[in-house]
Write a protein that binds this ligand. Structure first.
Ligand SMILES: Cc1cc2nc3c(=O)[nH]c(=O)nc-3n(C[C@H](O)[C@H](O)[C@H](O)COP(=O)(O)O)c2cc1C
Length: 165
C-alpha cells in the first residue's frame, strides 16, 4: 500500500471496492485506488456480457436505460453487511451509471455505509450519476465522486480526492 497524508479510516474499517468496467478504464482506476486504500475487490459481472462493438453496446445501453432494465448479474458479494466503506466504480453510459451498477445497487442494502463513487467518462463528465446513485442508495452517506476522463487520474489525484474526505 502506498502512503497517504493522513489516516483515512479508523482501525478495523472494512473496505470494499466494487465496480463494473467494459473496456478497462474503471478497472484501472479501481486498481489504483486499491493500491492506496487496500480493501477487497469485486468486479461486477453481468450474466450476458456487453458487445465489444461500440455501436452495438451504445444501442443496447440506450434501450436498457430507457426501459429501466436491470441486467442480471453473476456477481454475489459475500457478507456485504460487514463492510463499512464502499468504493463504487462505474463508467458513464448515456450520462448515468452503467446498467450493471444499477443492478448491483438495487440488489444490495448499503444503508449506513459510506460510499465513495468513482466515475470514468469519455469527455462528457459525470452526467446525472450522483443523483442516480443517491436514488439507489437512500440511507448511505455518499461522498463526492472521483470523476475521471478515461483512466486519466494518478496517485496524486486519488490522494487529493480521498483527502477531501
Ligand atoms: C454505451 C456507452 C455509452 C457511453 N456514454 C457516455 C456518455 O454519455 N458520456 C461520456 O462522457 N462518455 C460516455 N461513454 C464513454 C465511457 O464512459 C468511457 O469510455 C469510460 O471510461 C469507459 O469505462 P470502462 O473502460 O471501465 O468500461 C460511453 C461508453 C459506452 C460504451
Amino acid at each position: 500500500m502506498e502512503e497517504i497524508p493522513q489516516k483515512l479510516f479508523a482501525d478495523g474499517t472494512k473496505v470494499l471496492l466494487v465496480y463494473y468496467s467494459r473496456s478497462g478504464n474503471t478497472r484501472e482506476i479501481a486498481r489504483r485506488i486499491q493500491r492506496i486504500v487496500g480493501g477487497d475487490v469485486v468486479e461486477i459481472d453481468p450474466v450476458a456480457p456487453y458487445p465489444d462493438d461500440y455501436h452495438a453496446v451504445a444501442k443496447q445501453a440506450n434501450a436498457e436505460l430507457s426501459a429501466g432494465y436491470r441486467p442480471p448479474l453473476k456477481t454475489k458479494v459475500e457478507d456485504i453487511g460487514s463492510y463499512d466503506v464502499i468504493f463504487l466504480g462505474s463508467p458513464i453510459w448515456w450520462h448515468t451509471i452503467a446498467p450493471p451498477v444499477q443492478s448491483f445497487l438495487s440488489q444490495v442494502d448499503l444503508s449506513g455505509k459510506i460510499i465513495f463513487p468513482f466515475i470514468t467518462h469519455g469527455g462528457g463528465g459525470s452526467g446525472r450519476s450522483a443523483a442516480d446513485i443517491a436514488a439507489l442508495s437512500r440511507d448511505s452517506t455518499i461522498r463526492d465522486a472521483l470523476v475521471v476522463r478515461g483512466d486519466n487520474a494518478g496517485k496524486k489525484d486519488i490522494i487529493a480526492w480521498l483527502s477531501r474526505g
